[in-house]
Design a protein around this ligand. Structure first.
Ligand code: 2F8
Ligand code: CA
Length: 136
């Protein structure tokens, strides 16, 4: 089975865990150049897959309130379910520290692992795209 190098398969999507650090927007541009987006997280099993892969490092995910709407939204246009997603924030987050935290990352190894942080800091990042089997 052909599998793009460095991409990990989980439930119909493949995920790229970067080795280079980028700002949130540069990371998203990198993902788009690879026909993907910074990852959305839409289930507990996906959240569990992701935090278990992070290995204690901090990675950008595709959640931001920068842009046209001034509310949390997924950059891949998946609808953001505020109620279902509340359990994935680290307790006390998002705190919009210094009124300058408009992008979200996965910060540590538990289901409660999201933090909001300044979009212009450089972090590792996770891209996600649908898995499409290539022609034989
Ligand atoms: O204590 C939580 C707090 O920790 C840091 O600020 C001191 C984080 N800042 C960055 O990651 C830049 C805050 O986002 C976080 O809320
Ligand atoms: Ca924060």
């Amino acid at each position: 089975q052909m599998m793009s190098q460095g991409w990990k398969y989980f439930r119909g999507n493949v995920y790229y865990f970067s080795v280079m650090k980028k700002t949130w927007y540069s990371a998203q541009q990198f993902c788009v150049s690879r026909e993907s987006h910074l990852t959305s997280v839409t289930s507990e099993s996906e959240q569990e897959f992701l935090y278990k892969m992070t290995d204690g490092l901090i990675y950008w995910i595709g959640l931001t309130k920068a842009g046209s709407e001034w509310d949390w939204h997924w950059v891949d246009d998946t609808p953001f379910d505020k109620l279902q997603s509340a359990r994935f924030w680290i307790p006390g987050e998002p705190n919009n520290s210094e009124n300058n935290e408009h992008c979200a990352n996965i910060k540590r190894s538990s289901l409660r692992s999201w933090n909001d942080a300044p979009c212009d800091i450089e972090l590792l990042f996770i891209c996600k795209r649908p898995y499409v089997p290539s022609e034989p």
